[in-house]
Design a protein around this ligand. Sequence first.
Ligand code: CTP
Length: 395
Amino acid sequence: MSLQDKTVLIGITGGIAAYKICELIRKFQKAGAKTRVVCTPNALNFVTKLTLQNLSKNQVFVDEFNPKDWKPEHISFADEADIMVIAPATANTISKIANGIADNLLTSIACAFSKQIIIAPAMNCNMWQNIAVQENISKLKSRGVEFLEPETGFLACGYSGKGRLCSIDKIFNAAVESLNFSQKLAGKNVVITSGGTIEEIDPVRYISNYSSGKMGFALANSAKKMGANVTLITTKPIEAPFKTVKVKSAIQMQNALDEEFETADIIIMAAAVADYRVKNYSEQKLKKTSEDEITLQLVKNPDILKELCQKRGDRKKIIAGFCAESENLVENAKEKIAKKGCDFLVANDISRKDIGFSSDDNEVTILDKNGGIKKLEKASKSVIATKILEHIANE
Ligand code: CTP
């Protein structure tokens, strides 16, 4: 994969895994990228400036008050780089960045950096589990920072647990993937639904399903990276670097979609919408009766996807649905795409335990309205999401 014309800014903080970053710099160099290394003062306790300078073919910077140019380095470095990769990232540096603290060159650049930041943490397993650290990580994730989870194993501090820097290949591949993101959805308004709808019975009980919302979230994330203006209508509580609308029921989801419909260029219904809702919602908690059986009456929910397709008429909007099938995947999906009238239908095989619902992976088959079928082999939901969007964007 060529990274010609790309500049990668590598931030190294003070952890024993700092020595492994020498290999990462070489990989970026071999791929043709220009590399710029910035260290925290503590990083240089683990790896020498001379080594990093030779490998990156560039001067290595540590402090902020040694300008080589009129422009402060934390601004010029942030401007010139296409991506910032911080590895290993200590609990201290992660927490500072999450809270906008800019007390050294590395954290100042991170504060000024407006493009993709990838962070690969490495630390003691108890530090990794610390609630403050985890909250700071969530904060950064919700602002679009990509985290590469540490691995579990033997740690340099003598402990065994989660905290070891992930592999150099993983860091390199994540950066390459991010740098090669196409901007095919630049300026498009993309609306995505996710999660299982919640149909309330009374103030304490509801009917729902196992949908985790992960696929819809992955789609929203990838669409954002591809330049889209994203709105995620979801039943799951999330913080995200794009607009989110929190809903519960199918009716609420339909109302939220109606609000976005006119301006939407692409609508993807990844949500698992309940086909039925409770007929008579009880304002008061239902009490146990003396009967051994009770009957809950349900009424049909609107078929949101079908109604959206009807409503669009001949307007130029792409509408895609998802379907979860436990048998005859392609046959059922073919029938469904015709019935709903959408342009694409992404079919999931829910009989497989290793993919779908709560899993981080998926394997799907994309059907289009003209009879085309494309299978996407098993991969992480974020990879599958990007491939689905690329397929749709080629329409
Ligand atoms: N969908 C919808 N409104 C509904 C039900 C489903 O918009 N009331 C959407 C889903 O978001 C999904 C697609 O339709 O994108 C297919 O969902 P699925 O549950 O597989 O379809 P159903 O028509 O409900 O068929 P089934 O009988 O298999 O449940």
